[in-house]
Design a protein. Structure first.
Ligand SMILES: [Fe+2]
Length: 352
């Protein structure tokens, strides 16, 4: 464990708070796409097939004799994608994605000349417990991305701080629409994990932050009435969609049955817009022309050399990409922890 590495995780600039991130008309179209194209899967459904896999990646331990079921660990937060790289999936949202205002915001945040939209997704939820421990969003490196590199290696590379030279520069505009009066905000640690947390509290309607979430620990606050935060019987296949009987309420469905109805005022809608940023034309060319990429072999060699320098004793793996012992070792060595000064969950209504 190398908790001192966690101190390196500070964003390029403090989060910048803006209001009215989307116009009323844009927000209406965003929500309309979400109502018409749902229902939407759980975030966890993207990456996991069994509850044990989730525990394994969060480095938790399963108590002996306990059989895990999904409703013990599922956080009812759902997700959909609105764009990928240069393509916006919904023509009616193109002005939201190819967004000159947001591009200007992230360029300004980085002091960079160029930016391109790269990700556009939403999280949608009703009342929920806290969004897990504070985390960093996954990042990529020139030459090594989700398309050619397993997640464990990308995560390890990011946490090791050895690969900043190749790390993509990114900026996000994260916007919230949440009328509820209990929690539902955002906690982040712009001064590093040992610094004071910055809380952006609900209710919020179009408030957004410009951030670098790959380099800043953050998480969502618990939201909504406590008694509603853990709907019974959730499954990894549960979905979130419009309640067809109403104009603006929502529902969680599991195996064809409604598990929970969520009134519009308890629904929390987060819109995540992300861009790739290039400081200047030179940096843009290096990325697009692949003149300074890193590959698997070099990355693994650098991790091995770093662990040896730290005095860790291990056998050099012959097939590191598939060596479970080696993968376990690097995940353990570069387990950097994170903030421990987590603000208490809100459980009562905030005054209007
Ligand atoms: Fe995140």
């Amino acid at each position: 464990m190398l908790p001192e590495l966690a101190d390196n995780f500070r964003p390029v600039a403090r989060p910048r708070i803006i209001e009215n991130a989307y116009t009323e008309d844009q927000h209406r179209r965003l929500l309309d796409v979400v109502r018409r194209n749902g229902p939407w899967p759980l975030i966890l459904a993207e990456n996991f097939k069994t509850p044990e896999e989730v525990i394994a990646t969060t480095s938790g331990k399963i108590p002996e004799g306990v059989t895990l079921t999904w409703d013990m660990i599922l956080n009812p937060v759902f997700r959909g994608y609105l764009a990928r790289q240069g393509v916006c999936f919904y023509p009616e949202l193109e002005d939201c994605y190819y967004n000159s205002h947001f591009l200007e915001l992230v360029r300004g945040y980085w002091g960079a000349r160029y930016a391109e939209p790269e990700t556009f997704l939403f999280n949608i939820q009703g009342p929920t417990p806290i969004g897990g421990p504070p985390h960093l969003d996954g990042t990529v490196f020139r030459g090594m991305t989700m398309e050619n590199t397993p997640l464990w290696l990308l995560l390890t590379m990011a946490k090791s701080c050895l690969f900043r030279h190749w790390q993509a520069k990114k900026g996000q505009v994260i916007a919230w629409y949440y009328k509820g009066r209990i929690g539902g905000g955002f906690n982040c640690w712009p001064d590093g994990p040992r610094g004071e947390p910055l809380q952006i509290n609900g209710p919020m309607w179009g408030r957004a932050v410009v951030v670098e979430n790959e380099m800043m620990f953050h998480h969502g606050q618990a939201a909504g009435p406590v008694a509603m935060r853990r709907p019974a019987g959730l499954d990894i296949s549960s979905t979130f969609g419009a309640d067809p009987a109403t104009a603006d309420d929502w529902q969680i469905s599991t195996f064809g049955k409604v598990s929970q109805t969520i009134p519009a005022r308890e629904m929390r809608f987060l819109v995540h817009w992300g861009a790739r940023v290039y400081r200047d034309l030179q940096e843009l060319k290096v990325a697009l022309d692949h003149t300074d990429d890193i590959g698997r072999e070099q990355a693994i060699d650098m991790l091995i050399a770093d662990m040896r320098r730290r005095g860790i004793v291990f056998e050099t793996p012959t097939d590191p990409m598939n060596d479970r012992q080696f993968i376990g070792l690097v995940s353990q060595v570069y387990d950097i922890g994170g903030p421990t000064n987590i603000p208490a969950d809100e459980t009562e209504e905030r005054a209007a």
